[in-house]
Design a protein around this ligand. Sequence first.
Ligand SMILES: NC(=O)c1ccc[n+]([C@@H]2O[C@H](COP(=O)([O-])OP(=O)(O)OC[C@H]3O[C@@H](n4cnc5c(N)ncnc54)[C@H](O)[C@@H]3O)[C@@H](O)[C@H]2O)c1
Length: 394
Amino acid sequence: MGTAGDNTAPEGRPRAGGMGWSPSVAIIGTGFIGEVHARAVRLAGGRLVAVGASTPDRSREAVRRLGAQRTIDSPEELANSNDIDVAHICTPNALHASYADAALRSGKHVVCEKPLSTSADQAAALAELAAEQGLVATVPFVYRFYPMVRHAKQLVLAGGVGDIRLLHGSYLQDWMSDAADWSWRVEPTVNGPSRAFADIGSHWCDLIEFVSGHRIVSLIARLDVVIGARTVSDHATAFSSTSGDGVARAVETEDVARVLFETDRGASGSVVISQISIGRKNRLWFEINGATLSMSFDQETPETLIVADRGTSAAVVRGAKAMTGDAARLSELPPGHPQGYRDCFDAFVRDTYNAIGGEVPDGLPTFHDGVRAACIVDAVLASSKTDSWVEVPR
Ligand SMILES: NC(=O)c1ccc[n+]([C@@H]2O[C@H](COP(=O)([O-])OP(=O)(O)OC[C@H]3O[C@@H](n4cnc5c(N)ncnc54)[C@H](O)[C@@H]3O)[C@@H](O)[C@H]2O)c1
């Protein structure tokens, strides 16, 4: 595993881990994903002490809603909160770096949402800081925690797929498919310079690299603004349409990204990323074509992995006797009792807390993986500007 640093808590910090350790937690950003974190924190044995939102009023409302004890309303306040062991940063993207930096400098372990930062340089600085401080710092690339994804990875590692030739897929949503759909994600100052690709393309690239073991080394990308003007709303929340009663504003960031790429081990691939594909809700889909087998996975039907050779094609269902290792470890309910997105999140937070305790959970996505994703986002932006192939730094 590539946890930042050696997991040694700085002098004077409570040493994490072991039965009965209950970290004190702050969650900054209490919207859609902040609530998912809050549940996972409790299931992993954490105590939700403090929460922060966009205004002091909203922070106080979140204290009541999520059952916390108090508010934290700035990076400085987070840094000065000596009772907090772990900070979960779940704010809009442009705020990630200031909160993560404050938390790490004051000796707190950090879970920071993707994209780790709005630039690769800033993400790299955060990963370096986490390593210097010897703190655990993770990024919720949670699709890694589906048992069938781990099973696919194990098939690759065992050589069953053969040399990988082609990696391809898509990540499609429709919650931004109308001009009345608005979100802070449309504003570059709050979101960063890439929208659809940084938001969900980063998940796809992390997953395909995680499963295949290949690294994307060069790419050419097109970014398309399909809806040129959107109606601003203050009340927009992620994944729901707005009333569209605000003012129309020109859109700068992409609704769609199309990327061709090559890997360090001689494979090629492509991916389509879209937030305007009507009927698609959260369809992260990938296919890996090897010399022996092909495999495909769909996040909306995550209990199966399609495995095919030239003669047969079969849906391998979670719980199959062949599942071992992390695929079996993460398979927590009996077969036929579906696991889903929240189970991935709960397992991710539990593994993060185990890493704080000094264990080495396999496949835990760290700030290094956040940097990797940020480098790919930067390369996509650079390629779309120059209309040329761009190398992705390793
Ligand atoms: N890992 C995943 O699967 C996943 C899924 C969804 C979102 N995310 C990431 O989580 C982050 C939040 O996304 P969301 O969908 O929950 O958004 P959201 O709009 O639902 O929630 C954002 C929250 O941030 C708070 N906020 C805004 N400004 C703030 C400020 N100045 N200080 C403190 N809090 C502030 C808002 O009050 C709100 O509670 C984004 O970075 C997004 O990319 C990750």
